[in-house]
Structure formats: structure tokens, C-alpha cells
Design a protein around this ligand. Structure first.
Ligand code: PGA
Length: 248
């Protein structure tokens, strides 16, 4: 049995008001719900850890550098993320891939850095709109997955987030059939590579998940939760998504 996971990605948003939202969210969680992770900007990690201290909500970073330390102005290492009290880190988000020209090989190195710092890595993959329209969508996603994922992944160390780039922040989502087909392909590939452990790795869907569409998305057998951007910024939007996951 895989534990379901509702993860929120705040992106470059975060201020005192959002910390209030976080404390509202933390206070509302029962002990036995789905796993909940919030990924605020690096500047707020320590504060977010403190605010959620006595709650089931866990905190994660949005990125880390592949190197443990050194001359990389503006970057933070996986161990620095860990030192804030965070327990996870997102790597390979399509906004990082686009804005910072991150290749699959860079992302693979970041996953390894996350593991070296004892962080759960949430590895994002997903196709562009042109790639979705073409005949090779699943092959393209499979190739991305294979090249970004190091050997030795387990259900405790890795989560995959399937995020079609064209669905992020647009209000558009793939059909349920497309989500099922893609997540089933990812599952098959994880099992082919990691055996029984591949069945324990959680696969999240991300891209315009809202309170209105979450329940339908969570009906898919290989959707183990969601990575949520915009709708994670308000407790009143994120809570119904958590609730839909609890019922799925
Ligand atoms: P969105 O972002 O929910 O705002 O579409 C998802 C993501 O980028 O992780």
C-alpha cells in the first residue's frame, strides 16, 4: 500500500500572510490523513518548519544544487535544505528546466545530492504541448524519466511527479484517460527498473489541480496524490484537495 501525498509548491511566493495560511492548514490536519508536504521558497524553510512543528505537515525545498558546497553564488545545497528541518526537495521542475537550462543529467545529480542529505526527492517530468500533440508522447516522458532517475531508488527516497508543462498554471488538464495511460506507463517502467520497490514509489499528478477536478484525478489507480502550485497558496483551496485524496 502506497501512502498518498498532497504536496504544495509555493514557487516564488511567500510572505507573512502565507505563513498564516500555513499555520491554519497545519492546525486543521488530523493525525491520520494523507501525507502533506509544503514547499515554500528557501528563505522561509526554517520558519515553515517551526510553524508546522506539532502537526503532520512536512516541509520541503523547491530545488537544490548537485554539489555539497562550493563557489555557486545564489545556490543552496541539499544539506542546507536538510539543515532547516525540511525532509524533502523538489528537483527537475519544468520551470527550473526552462529558466535554468537544467538537463536530465543535472537533475539526476540533484536527486543523488538529495539522497546524500537524507531528503526525499520529488522528481518532476512532463511533456510540452507540442510533444503531447505528437505521436511519441509516452516515449518522450519515458526517456526523461530514465535519464533523470539514478539507480537505487526506493519508495522511501523517491516520488515521481508527472506534470505536463502545458497544464501548469493554465487551468487546462489532460483527460483522465491520458493521466491514467501516462501514470500506468511510469509505474511499469519503475517496476521494470526497480522490481518490487518500483511498486512502492509514489507517482503524483501535477498541473492545474483544483478542488473541482482533484477527486476525478485521484480515481486513477496509479495516481498517488498531487503536486499543487496555485491552489496550495490558500488553506481553503488546498484543504479540499487533501480531503479528496483522503477519500480516494
Ligand atoms: P499549478 O502548478 O498547480 O499552479 O498548475 C503545479 C506545479 O507547477 O507544480
Amino acid at each position: 500500500m502506497r501512502r498518498s501525498l498532497a504536496a504544495g509548491n509555493w514557487k516564488m511566493n511567500g510572505n507573512a500572510e502565507l505563513m498564516e495560511e500555513l499555520s491554519t492548514l497545519a492546525a486543521a490536519q488530523p493525525d491520520a490523513g494523507p501525507d502533506i508536504l509544503i514547499c515554500p521558497p528557501a528563505t522561509l524553510l526554517s520558519q515553515a518548519v517551526e510553524v508546522t512543528q506539532n502537526s503532520p505537515v512536512r516541509i520541503g525545498g523547491q530545488d537544490c544544487h548537485a554539489a555539497p558546497k562550493g563557489a555557486h553564488t545564489g545556490d543552496i545545497s541539499a544539506q542546507m535544505v536538510k539543515d532547516t528541518g525540511a525532509s524533502a526537495v523538489i528537483v527537475g521542475h519544468s520551470e527550473r528546466r526552462a529558466d535554468h537550462h537544467e538537463a536530465d543529467s543535472d537533475i539526476r545529480a540533484k536527486v543523488e545530492a538529495a539522497w546524500a542529505a537524507d531528503l526525499l526527492a520529488i522528481l518532476c517530468i512532463g511533456e510540452s504541448e507540442d510533444e503531447r500533440m505528437g505521436p511519441d508522447t509516452l516515449d518522450i516522458i519515458a526517456a526523461q524519466l530514465d535519464a533523470s532517475m539514478p539507480d537505487g531508488a526506493t519508495g522511501e527516497t523517491l516520488v515521481i511527479a508527472y506534470e505536463p508543462i502545458w497544464a501548469i498554471g493554465t487551468g487546462r488538464v489532460p483527460t483522465l484517460e491520458q493521466i491514467i495511460e501516462t501514470h500506468d506507463m511510469i509505474r511499469d517502467r519503475l517496476v521494470a527498473r526497480f522490481g518490487a520497490e518500483g511498486d512502492k514509489i509514489r507517482i503524483l499528478y501535477g498541473g492545474s489541480v483544483k478542488p473541482t477536478n482533484a477527486a476525478e484525478i485521484f480515481t486513477a489507480q496509479n495516481v498517488d496524490g498531487a503536486l499543487v502550485g496555485g491552489a496550495s497558496l490558500k488553506a481553503a483551496d488546498f484543504q479540499p484537495i487533501i480531503d479528496a485524496l483522503a477519500k480516494a
